[in-house]
Design a protein around this ligand. Structure first.
Ligand SMILES: [Zn+2]
Ligand SMILES: [Zn+2]
Length: 212
């Protein structure tokens, strides 16, 4: 069965998440943006075996510590989509601009594309490409548990910013309505910042995409 624990990291309180299969104790980390000692302490505390880092997109608060986790834990970096290459290349500048510890660039061991499948333990995830916030943003959907990790595509009561280079408002709205809504109203999503919500709740009440 899927278990997970949200670990807010960096001054942006970004929701890094530890996911694991409680049958096999295999685990992945999504979006390890920073605060690595605390994150790896929680991995040890839960007694799970880290298999990979999965990235939704390459903004500093999501990807800033990915290279270091990969090196220290000898695990691959999976994702995001190649559209975020320029954000990965800019990680050292992003860290300087926001006063973060210097972030390393990296080359993902595997780029992701719409329709790809990921697995760890007995759990399968579907990858959807959801551009708009960044060109290479992806989300991770676990259909059986009705959970989706959406990064900065959608938040409880809000949507991702589109005023960064490569951002596109209409693309973001299309990603939400064409890729996320079909996963079902009862799907709980874990956003990159803030509390969880359901797609149904956002369809009803989100001022940016409500009524779509
Ligand atoms: Zn972002
Ligand atoms: Zn973010």
């Amino acid at each position: 069965m899927l278990r997970y624990r949200i670990i807010p990291v960096t001054p942006f309180a970004q929701n890094c998440c530890l996911l694991w299969d409680d049958a096999t104790r295999e685990a992945v980390l999504t979006d390890p943006g920073g605060d690595l000692e605390r994150v790896l302490g929680i991995v040890a505390q839960e007694g799970v075996r880290l298999e990979a880092v999965w990235l939704t997109h390459a903004h500093i608060d999501h990807a800033g510590a990915a290279a270091e986790v990969a090196r220290r834990m000898s695990v691959p970096i999976i994702g995001p989509h190649p559209g975020d290459q320029f954000w990965i290349d800019a990680l050292p500048e992003q860290s300087k601009m926001f006063g973060f510890p210097r972030a390393e660039t990296f080359t993902p061991d595997r780029w992701l594309h719409d329709g790809d499948q990921l697995r760890f333990g007995t759990l399968h995830f579907d990858v959807r490409h959801c551009p708009g916030h960044t060109p290479g943003h992806v989300v991770f959907h676990q259909a059986e548990a009705r959970r989706c990790w959406v990064g900065d595509v959608l938040f409880a009561g809000s949507i991702g910013r589109t005023d960064f280079p490569g951002g596109n408002h209409q693309q973001l709205i299309d990603s939400i309505t064409h890729k996320l809504w079909p996963m079902g109203d009862d799907t709980v999503f874990i956003p990159g910042h803030g509390p969880e919500s359901t797609f149904g709740e956002e369809r009803r009440s989100n001022p940016f995409v409500g009524g779509t």
